[in-house]
Design a protein around this ligand. Structure first.
Ligand SMILES: Nc1ncnc2c1ncn2[C@@H]1O[C@H](COP(=O)(O)OP(=O)(O)OP(=O)(O)O)[C@@H](O)[C@H]1O
Ligand SMILES: [Mg+2]
Length: 476
């Protein structure tokens, strides 16, 4: 390097590398961390596999202990080599990292890093490596992943953009530990069974979906007043199927293209959630609003101040494409869940039959749901006060969240807790009568109408908390 001019030195070393390759009796395979916009599955599997080998084989390790994990795990540090042996076959693994030069200068710029594994083995072992060793690595990684699996909840709401782990990922993961299960969910038993069977069936129907030519995914729309268990149900579904959750914050998504990127970056066996879809996007009035704006202001772009941050440009059609367009079939075993408190605010395009496979109405606490809550919070199956509660609860229209609150206040004394509940039910009943005299009650009056309205748009039966089916009025 000291004696040759730089350009000659470059050429000389390139030639040496070529010669080395020509005469070398080894083969090297590169496994990149990123595969387009996704983290490569092969890279992740290799990393998991090597974590069991590294503690004995490498001299410099990184120590990890994921939250709640039983044991420490080790991962290879950069430039470390691990020699692995498999029935007499010897291979070398090295983790490399390359800094990518940034094109543009900026004050808070951080150089990008590209990581990759290098697998080296003798030429004579080529067939064995491809036919037996690599499949063994993948299979072993799968077993380990299942053993140490921690479910994650991902969000697209800005992670730490300067941390390497998150900069290259558009979803930020957090370990998911929600305790809600179908056991603890206060729901009409028939509705609960129906949902559980539907989920179970879905998760076992890979070949069926293929046979009928459909993408292996399912859409649920959960609707009902606040505090009726929509979010809890999503957690219960995740715990039931052992799927990860992708919590999509639509207001953070700038365009339909970004929405598509987010979709592509989700993994299989996952639940994609858009909570409060009516609040995230003005879906119903979008077209009308667009027309109005264009009438009032012939050139709206010119009126905008230049430094204004661009608003979300996600459109209804973008969301619809996200749920069932051509791109929605990349990957499989996905459940897409929308939640809303106001089903009447949703565009009919989102509600039409076949769009979301199941519309689930979560409503006020019925007596059977109360029994579940009494078991959860008070540890009782029956009580003399249940008779009174049963009569009151059908009229009072109180959410499971409110019932839970009442029961929690004196959980050590079931009688006192139920007396509190009875008082709360009486208050709720009076309040409901005051709000809408002569009607069934407050908000719930509207909800009944919503259910009927939905019956006319949804192909699937509309099931509610009490297991009633809303009338299926034919689509006009
Ligand atoms: N059906 C239910 N079964 C058991 N607990 C429930 C149920 N509904 C509500 N709760 C309790 O009430 C709290 C609020 O419920 P949750 O967040 O699931 O309501 P939500 O329907 O998602 O409300 P929002 O529309 O405001 O998002 C939860 O912490 C849960 O403990
Ligand atoms: Mg919620």
């Amino acid at each position: 390097k000291e004696y040759l001019p730089p350009e000659l030195y470059e050429q000389f070393t390139a030639l040496l590398r070529k010669l080395n390759k020509y005469f070398s009796s080894y083969i090297t395979i590169i496994i990149d961390e990123n595969e387009g916009m996704k983290v490569s599955e092969v890279y992740e599997s290799v990393q998991v596999y090597l974590s069991t080998r590294s503690s004995s084989a490498a001299s410099r390790l990184k120590l990890n202990k994921p939250k709640n994990a039983q044991e420490f795990t080790f991962t290879m540090d950069k430039k470390q080599q691990i020699v692995d042996e498999f029935y007499g076959l010897k291979v070398w693994w090295i983790l490399h990292s390359r800094e990518l030069k940034q094109q543009m200068f900026s004050w808070n710029s951080v150089s990008d890093e590209k990581r990759y594994f290098e697998l080296k083995f003798h030429k004579k072992d080529k067939t064995r490596v491809f036919d037996t060793y690599l499949p063994h690595v993948m299979a072993e990684a799968k077993i380990l992943e299942l053993k140490n699996r921690q479910r994650k909840i991902y969000t697209n709401k800005g992670g730490d953009s300067r941390s390497y782990e998150y900069r290259n990922r558009i979803w930020t993961p957090v370990v998911f530990e929600h305790p809600a299960t179908f056991e603890t969910l206060a729901l009409d038993p028939d509705l609960k069974d129906d949902i559980m069977q539907d989920l179970q069936k879905f998760s076992q129907r890979e070949t069926y979906y293929k046979k009928v030519g459909r993408a292996w995914k399912r859409g649920y729309l959960l609707y009902g007043p606040p505090g009726t268990g929509k979010s809890s149900m999503i957690a219960a579904i995740s715990n039931f199927l052992q799927y990860d959750i992708y919590d999509l914050e639509l207001t953070e998504v700038k365009s339909n293209t970004e929405l598509r990127k987010l979709l592509i970056a989700t993994t299989n066996k996952s639940i994609i959630v858009i909570e409060d879809i009516d609040c995230s996007l003005d879906l119903s009035d979008r077209k009308k609003k667009g027309k109005k704006e264009s009438k009032e202001d012939p050139n709206p772009a010119a009126a905008k101040p230049e430094n204004e941050t661009p608003e979300s440009n996600v459109t209804l059609s973008g969301v619809l494409n996200f749920t069932d367009g051509l791109w929605s079939c990349c990957g499989s075993e996905r459940i897409i869940i929308f939640t809303t408190n106001h089903i009447d605010r949703l565009d009919s395009a989102l509600l039409r039959s076949g769009r979301m496979d199941k519309h689930i109405h979560l409503s006020f606490c019925g007596f059977s749901a109360l029994r579940v809550l009494a078991r959860n919070y008070l540890g009782i199956e029956d009580h003399p006060l249940f008779e009174e509660v049963e009569i009151l609860i059908e009229e009072a229209k109180i959410t499971p969240a409110d019932v839970s609150e009442e029961l929690m206040r004196s959980s050590e004394d079931p009688t006192a807790a139920l007396q509190n509940l009875i008082a709360a039910l009486r208050r709720a009943k009076e309040k409901a009568a005051l709000v809408l005299p002569g009607s069934d009650g407050g908000v719930e009056g509207n909800l009944g109408a919503e259910a009927e309205e939905l019956g006319s748009t949804a192909e699937n039966s509309v099931t509610d908390l009490k297991g009633e089916k809303a009338p299926n009025v034919p689509v006009e």
